[in-house]
Design a protein around this ligand. Structure first.
Ligand SMILES: NC(=O)c1ccc[n+]([C@@H]2O[C@H](COP(=O)([O-])OP(=O)(O)OC[C@H]3O[C@@H](n4cnc5c(N)ncnc54)[C@H](OP(=O)(O)O)[C@@H]3O)[C@@H](O)[C@H]2O)c1
Length: 289
């Protein structure tokens, strides 16, 4: 494994996205635990989840409980693992997703995440998505409150534009915004602006759905000649080629491919060792679907 840093933590350059193990279409618990253990055994020590990763309603927090259970039954060094969760989204149980960033909602959400993860302080807590009915600066004030109270060790944001990233940096204080998690993949490039802004400001950029998303990761990553040709030359999967390209975009980039089975995260994790040449990288960058 190769490592990068989030704040003061050393994390694998490829993380594990937990969402496919908690939402509709998820595998049974035994398969999910095998997947998480396979990732950890391969040196993946950064796992992304959210309180909303669930079917919703009474199932809220499914992903956090799953990770707590998987870590409890893993024999490796648990302290080296950074679990990142999020608050600010909820699912009522009818398949839909909603936002809520009212202060009282977020305060209750962080307490529930602490209980489900079974920790006194959350390693990385990310505000999940801006709530148009709440002033963003006020929401960042709540994240700062969590940091100051020690409920969270590091703060991140997600689905934020540059204006919102600037607000987060100013309210949280110097060096306290450690990461921005936005959608970014071969086929969804609009996050590039925020990625570059993060690099200039020493903030980690975490691309979500780096392979194009659940149900599309296989076809999208394999659907473009520069990717499939590079993959063939190196004898690797197209997904590895896409992740290797993404890692080349900046030392502050830490993709979190989702997985619901051991083989896929093990394949993705190998992308840290794949080195594409400049021409291959240029050609993949040139894909503009
Ligand atoms: N902040 C946000 O608003 C937000 C939104 C969406 C997602 N996320 C986070 O981002 C993570 C990643 O996004 P995602 O899960 O939506 O999509 P993704 O990572 O683009 O794709 C996930 C799918 O890719 C497949 N896959 C992964 N590695 C593969 C490989 N090497 N070869 C072939 N298939 C592979 C997995 O298959 P199997 O299931 O068969 O293993 C999984 O179904 C999520 O899990 C979640 O943690 C955040």
């Amino acid at each position: 494994m190769q490592y990068r840093t989030i704040g003061k933590r050393k994390v694998s350059a490829i993380g594990l996205g937990e969402m496919p193990m908690s939402i509709e279409g998820r595998p049974d618990e035994a398969q999910s635990i095998r997947t998480i253990h396979a990732a950890l055994d391969a040196g993946v020590n950064f796992i992304d989840t959210a309180d909303a990763y669930s079917i919703g309603g009474a199932d809220t927090g499914h992903g956090e409980k799953l990770l707590a259970k998987a870590l409890a039954s893993w024999s490796g060094d648990k302290d080296s693992v950074l679990v990142a969760t999020k608050g600010g989204h909820y699912r009522p149980g009818d398949g839909s997703w909603h936002v809520n960033s009212r202060p009282e909602y977020l305060r209750a959400a962080v307490e529930a995440s602490l209980r489900r993860l079974g920790v006194e302080s959350i390693g990385l807590y990310q505000h999940h998505r801006p709530d148009p009915s709440v002033d963003y600066a006020d929401t960042m004030g709540i994240l700062k409150e969590f940091l100051d109270a020690g409920k969270i060790q590091m703060a991140g944001i997600s689905n934020a534009n540059i204006e919102q990233i600037k607000i987060a940096m100013s309210i949280l204080g110097p060096d306290n915004l450690v990461s921005v998690q936005n959608q970014f993949s071969l086929v969804f490039r609009s996050g590039e602006k925020e990625m570059n802004f993060c690099e200039e400001n020493d903030v980690v950029f975490i691309p979500w759905s780096p392979l194009g998303g659940i149900g599309r990761a296989k076809s999208l990553s394999g659907g473009y000649a520069p990717v499939t040709e590079a993959a063939k030359r190196h004898g690797v999967s197209p997904q590895q080629a896409v992740l290797s390209w993404m890692l080349s975009l900046g030392k502050n980039v830490i993709p979190i491919p989702g997985a619901s089975k051991p083989e896929t995260i093990l394949d993705s994790a190998k992308s840290v060792d794949l080195v594409l040449d400049e021409e291959e990288l240029r050609q993949i960058s040139g894909i503009h679907p």
